[in-house]
Design a protein around this ligand. Structure first.
Ligand code: 13P
Length: 236
């Protein structure tokens, strides 16, 4: 089981250091078996610990070069990082990343052997058209992505559930996860308003291998509470 904290544009170098320390100690003291991954903002990237790995929320598909405002693998490798989030809906919709660019990023980071957390998920207007439309949308997002790539983790994050407090229903999650699993048998996380209150229910759904958490993970306590709950899930 994987629990990943997407800190988005929150936290500083100092607070991420404290966050990482708190989560590391918690995992060790509580003997948490679930895997923990933290995605801090770029300015607060740092090496992981024996209990927690660190990933980049974003990077440009280059080692280095003239890409103002971006970072490449040279900057990630300074912290011995080889995990990256690609295809997050905020980058797709707010930052305008195209399907073509997302594929380019996937191919580049896969070639470098990075562990890729690849996000997929439909906006509300697609959700309203029903399950078939949702799966057609997701299939387009997965087109020309190498689903056999060893170091791939998928995250299903319905766009309408992100940061809205509206979690997808267990039936919806079960249905979509089971359909995605037929396309790709890689670890599949759910993301979208996951929090301590609902995470036991979500994690118990067949086909859910973990969570990609935004808001509820921004304080280390929330993330630790969810890690603690993984101990009650009889899976794996
Ligand atoms: P929330 O948990 O705030 O809905 O965010 C989910 C997300 O975008 C994780 O990547």
């Amino acid at each position: 089981m994987i629990l990943a904290a997407n800190l988005k544009t929150n936290h500083t170098r100092h607070s991420v250091k404290e966050y990482l320390q708190a989560v590391t100690v918690f995992i060790q003291e509580e003997a948490i078996g679930a895997e923990a991954v933290i995605f801090p903002p770029a300015t607060a990237l740092r090496k992981g610990t024996s209990a927690v790995s660190i990933g980049a929320q974003n990077a440009y598909p280059v080692k280095s070069g003239s890409f103002t405002g971006e970072i490449g693998t040279e900057q990630l490798e300074e912290f011995e990082l080889n995990t990256i989030l690609i295809g997050h809906s905020e980058r797709r919709h707010l930052l305008g990343e195209s399907e073509a660019f997302i594929r380019q990023k996937f191919d580049f980071f896969a070639q470098q052997g990075y562990r890729i957390f690849f996000c997929i998920g439909e906006p509300i207007e697609v959700k309203e058209q029903g399950f078939e439309a949702v799966m057609a949308y997701i299939q387009t997002q997965l087109e020309r992505i190498d689903l056999g790539y060893d170091n791939l983790v998928l995250a299903y994050e319905p766009v309408w559930a992100i940061g809205t407090g509206k979690t997808a229903s267990s039936e919806d999650i079960a249905q979509v996860h089971s359909a995605i699993k037929k396309l790709c048998d890689k670890p599949l996380l759910y993301g979208g308003s996951a929090k301590p209150k609902n995470c036991a229910e979500i994690l118990s759904i067949e086909g859910v291998d973990g969570l990609l958490i935004g808001t509820a993970s921004w304080e280390s306590k929330g993330f630790c509470d969810m890690l603690q709950i993984t101990k009650t899930i009889d899976k794996d």
